[in-house]
Design a protein around this ligand. Sequence first.
Ligand code: ADP
Ligand code: MG
Length: 230
Amino acid sequence: MSDDILLEARGVTKTFIQGNKPLHVLSNLNMKLERGELSALVGPSGSGKSTLLQILGLLDKPTSGTLRIGGEQAENMNDKARTNLRRHAIGFVYQFHHLLPEFNALENVAMPQIIAGVKKKEAHEKAEGLLSSLGLGARLDHRPAKLSGGERQRVAVARALVLDPPVILADEPTGNLDPETGDRIADLLLEMNRSRGTTLVVVTHSVAMARKLGRSLRIEGGQVHPEAAA
Ligand code: ADP
Ligand code: MG
């Protein structure tokens, strides 16, 4: 595998058993992401976009198939190694922010670092710098409930970025935001790609977002296919 390939899924299948019937969501799916590549992941509701993102992000396991991330073969790893790889290689941004309600913005962004063993002072300094760069320097001690939707999503982006993961997987990150705020989040993700070379996969129904990303992958029939630029 070339060093430029950061993530590669081969022959990935995911079957859920609902009642006693199998539901084949992904079937023999192949995809490759190069370092620094931008991709929109599009497809109708229920087509398997979130399922695929969870598998690429090591939050769920495929029924069969292989997954390489940063040169490491992930499918046979034990849970500890998987968790470790996920923490260091992948940042997640969800449609609903999933911030911890009891903690303020600064603490929410510091948390992944503290879990990774970074000292509190250092973790707080990095979180503060990142939040300030996202225009949230005056919101550090606000809990999520005291932030607007766009501010929460910026905090969630900061949290996803704080360990400098080579890949960000974003599942409809602007789905709940007004178009202008959504645009800001999109620009923020693109800026991370420009400044840090972060590889981005963004599930989106927004044509504007897909256009900004350039490459669109469509999920259909359990597989992904490149789509002509919008
Ligand atoms: P999308 O994100 O494209 O809207 P999902 O990946 O969430 O689609 O879901 C794809 C299909 O898999 C849907 O039909 C959904 O109901 C089903 N599904 C997702 N997760 C589970 C699960 N844990 N158990 C059973 N079925 C599931
Ligand atoms: Mg989804």
